[in-house]
Design a protein. Structure first.
Lengths: 332, 280
């Protein structure tokens, strides 16, 4: 694993070099004054000390609306336009980890999803270790952390004087090799500073008991707590749409094309049969499904929870539902 | 990268047959447009496919024909929603897409040497027809013990595949018991629900497998009846239906616990289902 240093002065020249190869997205302030992943360059400067974006970057890999097939002259055909090379600089480690989790579903080797595969292949992910945690963050409780490089091609850690890069894939190693003239060797002091910064953010996190969730949830399928949670849930789907690992989708037809769109297990139509039968008829079953999927079924299938601990579902729920509370109560 | 799993094979509706008196179940015989597709599409009874009508969408249906019946596929489909209404309006010659075969078939490898009890109710009988056709194929039949079929519908006119059922009833190598909830004038066979017929016939469980497809209410009473006849949870094989979209374990719609009905099923043993939440 190669580690290199990039001085802050060399950051823009490096991004400019990436820009010659494709689109570059980097953290900047949008019209609403929020830090978001924006096409670079922008008149406003880059922001490196933001907490996290409101939206995860999953739409780069699973667009909200994506044409799968076209209907032309009575035939159903693929019309794949070339996928442009894209560089995402500065997504947080939780969101990069979420991509490693999505890979388990869409690149499972059994039946790969060609649309996801193309976008994933053409997109280089450069994660940026967190500078500070939010009260809703719990990445360290789901096997991730503020310095987790899984899912990223490169992990960057912002230091006082520059960025420490750590390659996480062959693609990342290649980026460092190409930029050799802009990079310096990572000194022991820089590595120490990076480790201390990550430890400092980790110390700000409040632990949530998730490690044995699969076991606890197995015994709590009939718990009355699901009913309580389901009564509060509006079924709005905000948690799913802002979740970096939620990936359920619908496929519907327009007159000239077949389209994949984001869908959500909180909606009653999600599982409704044509006969009228619904295996998950009320918010209780649907809320249970969402939590069980993430913390029990995914653990059974993949050995890891399908949650990156980003906390977006907690920050954005209109009725202040908090899955950490439910997990704690179920464990009690 | 292999074939795009979302891209249907082009086919045409070769023939349609109305199966029941209510005229809401039709059997569609589909023929692939090119021989290459037919060669690639290799299914086994119990599997399903997504049928595609451009502009109307896709929906999953069990394959009602056996591979031993040659190229082309049969689907028996009840008119229930928007997609199936569109499908029922089509005439022979109309183009249609087929995506599959999908899912896990009936456990073929467990059947040789076994007595087979096949229990079906309503229009869920489709994949059981595929199974029976495969079992009765001259090159296959000798591999299995006795075959006992119990098939029920609301009325005699709602039984599907009536001429085939009559042919099977004339054969000596399969025993077919038909039952209806409500008889009409000419009906000479069983009257009563499927589990009642099962309890009356009392098929032995030793060296036997039970393959069961039917509506939830039939399963609710048939499964305990099988258990009291001595069928173990491993010896009872079921096929489930769920709302589906992708059919390949990605879209997250048809899961029951950690299993996806589309790729881990639709065929499960009762033991496998017992370890899953009852969300089906």
């Amino acid at each position: 694993m190669t580690e290199k240093l990039l001085s802050l002065a060399n950051l823009d020249p490096w991004l400019a070099r990436l820009r010659e190869r494709g689109s570059v997205y980097a953290p900047g302030t949008d019209q609403a004054g929020e830090v978001a992943l924006r096409e670079w360059p922008q008149p406003e400067p880059l922001v490196l000390d933001y907490k996290n974006f409101r939206e995860p970057p999953k739409a780069f890999f699973l667009p909200r609306n994506q044409t799968l097939l076209y209907f032309r002259d009575g035939k159903t055909v693929e019309l794949n336009s070339a996928v442009p090379e894209t560089f995402l600089f500065g997504i947080r480690p939780c969101d990069a980890r979420a991509l490693a989790l999505l890979d388990r579903v869409f690149l499972d080797g059994d039946q790969n999803d060609p649309y996801y595969a193309r976008l994933r292949e053409k997109t280089t992910v450069i994660a940026l270790a967190c500078a500070q945690a939010m009260p809703s963050c719990f990445c360290a409780s789901v096997g991730s952390g503020p310095g987790d490089g899984s899912g990223a091609d490169l992990l960057a850690v912002a230091l006082e004087s520059g960025l420490l890069f750590r390659a996480g894939s062959g693609k990342g190693e290649g980026l460092l090799a190409e930029a050799a003239d802009l990079l310096a060797e990572a000194t022991p002091a820089a590595k120490r500073e990076a480790a201390e910064r990550i430890q400092g953010v980790t110390a700000q996190l409040t632990p949530v008991p998730t490690a044995d969730s699969a076991l606890r949830l197995r015994g709590s399928y009939d718990s009355p707590l699901w009913g309580t949670a389901g009564q509060k849930c509006l079924g709005c789907g905000t948690c799913s749409f802002l979740c970096p690992t939620c990936h359920c989708f619908d496929i519907t037809d327009e007159p000239d094309r077949r389209v994949r769109t984001w869908d959500c297990c909180a909606y009653p139509q999600f599982t409704l049969h044509a006969s009228g039968h619904n295996p998950r008829p009320t918010p209780k079953e649907r809320w249970r499904q969402r939590l069980m999927h993430k913390f029990r079924y995914a653990v059974e299938n993949f050995g890891v929870p399908f949650c990156a601990g980003c906390g977006r579902c907690i920050r954005n729920c209109p009725v202040s539902m908090d899955l950490r509370t439910v997990l704690k109560e179920l464990g009690a | 990268m292999g074939r795009n799993p979302y891209l249907p094979y082009p086919a045409r509706i070769a023939e349609t047959v109305i199966e029941n008196e209510s005229r809401d179940i039709k059997t569609f015989r589909l023929a692939f447009e090119d021989p290459g597709s037919a060669a690639e599409f290799r299914h086994l009874p119990g599997q399903f496919a997504e049928l595609s009508l451009p502009g109307a969408g896709e929906a999953p249906f069990g394959i009602a024909s056996a591979p031993t019946e040659g190229d082309g596929l049969l689907f028996s489909i009840k008119r229930a929603g928007v997609f199936t209404a569109e499908l029922h309006s089509l005439e022979p010659g109309a183009p249609i897409g087929v995506r599959g075969p999908l899912g896990r078939p009936f456990p073929w490898e467990r059947m040789p040497g076994k007595n087979l009890l096949i229990v079906g109710g309503g229009f869920a009988f489709t994949t059981l027809r595929a199974l029976i056709k495969q079992l009765l194929h001259p090159a296959q039949r000798a591999h299995y013990g006795s075959i006992l079929v119990i098939y029920g519908a609301r009325t005699p006119g709602e039984l599907m595949y009536r001429s085939e059922l009559a042919e099977w009833q004339k054969r000596g190598d399969i025993s077919v018991h038909l039952t209806v909830d409500k008889a009409d004038g000419g009906w000479q066979q069983h009257v009563g629900v499927v589990p009642a017929v099962l309890e009356k016939l009392k098929p032995g469980a030793d060296g036997a497998l039970a393959i069961v497809c039917g509506p939830p209410i039939m399963l609710k009473f048939t499964l305990p009846a099988l258990a009291s006849l001595g069928f173990s949870e491993d010896a009872v094989i079921l096929s489930l239906e769920m709302r589906m979209k992708c059919g390949i374990g990605k879209c997250g719609r048809c899961n029951i616990g950690g299993k996806y009905v589309c790729k881990d099923g639709p065929v499960f043993t009762r033991r496998e289902l017992a370890s899953l939440p009852a969300e089906y």
